[in-house]
Design a protein around this ligand. Sequence first.
Ligand code: URA
Length: 444
Amino acid sequence: YRAVDLIRRKRDGQPLEPDEIAWMVRAHETGAATDYHWAAMLMAILWRGMNPTETAALTRAMIDSGSVLTWDDLDAPPIDKHSTGGVGDKTSLILGPIAAACGVPVPMVSGRGLGHTGGTLDKLEAIPGVRVALSTEEFRRLVRRHRLALIGQTDEIAPADRWMYALRDATATVESIPLITASILSKKFAEGIDGLVLDVKTGDGAFMATLEDSRALAESLIVSGRALGKRVVALVTRMDQPLGRQVGNAHEVAEAIACLKGDGPNDLTDLSLELAAEMICLGGVEPNLDSARRRAQGALEDGSALEVFRRVIADQGGDPRVIDQPEAILPRPRGHVLIAADPSTLPATGGFVAAIACRRLALAIMRLGAGRALTTDRIDHAVGLELFKKVGDPVAPGEPLARLDHTLEPNDPRLVHAHRELTACWSFAPLPIPNPPSLIVTRL
Ligand code: URA
């Protein structure tokens, strides 16, 4: 093949054959398809799309650019979960231990936060001592011992995704459903899992803001995943306000631990249990969702999920006392600022939270160190926000909406800016919303 011929075909809207796609990915390694060929190909794919066969072939080629872990010595098929990312989404830290406690091996390879979204690895690293860069051997050992380990990308996991994502980022071609599908699935399937539960977020705080796009991404992930012989389920869930009440790295670890102790907020607990139940079902540990839900609930109630988390943290080098005394062990902020309603937006007699601008909220605390604008930025794990008021909650004039925890000097101008930004995130209505939409929009 020649790269230019394949680009021309895609440019003209004709589908590529699986062999051609596989060649094009391999050719990036050999130099027969350079970055400029791929830049053009990515733009052609963005405009022309890919059919499910092409998307599955691209996923396969990206998986084959590295190596795939094998798990023949486990007592049940390994299953993982992927979320397309959001604000306050710490479900991995909760459902991983739940699924593992229920007998499902979870070899979880996670990512870092970028822009307004957080990442599981950054959250875990808020726990002093935790290592996420484990060797493959160590990863295997931990998954065998605890049925759970949480690590970062390695050089062998879908290396084609790394150069391709960098090119997409530089050529404005990230927003393509087939490219997103192949990127997500290649990294997850290289873990050697049998099944995958997808949490596709929708709303202002999600990667895909509209329900139509989120549903299309969920469908694409399901079709391509199944074409590659995997068991795949997707939930489309709302991300139009933060999940739970804590946003920030140490903050989210503390909330995940509270949730594992049965003290979590309802939205976070319910979603974590539902996703864990899907994993338990996919893993064949329980025959149906109802029994899987009961089993997941049981692992929360009897403390077995919490124990799994404690042991995994300890074996990954973290301080296990974080489970019993999170405030004493997790990094602490230097000061805090309360956020109250802007009197010009709240009715004089009080009102109800109508919406929370989730992306804007996350960007405001990202700029104080809770997240990264660039992949090279360092995280300040102590920075975060506790929300006192979520959508539907009543608010009296002057009542605090949230507490911003920071590590700046009290007179730092960035604090004034963050305060203004955060205040603007809440909007109010005189009456409560009649039928608040459910967190889980649909299941595919
Ligand atoms: N997440 C990924 O891993 N890849 C994408 O392309 C988009 C989101």
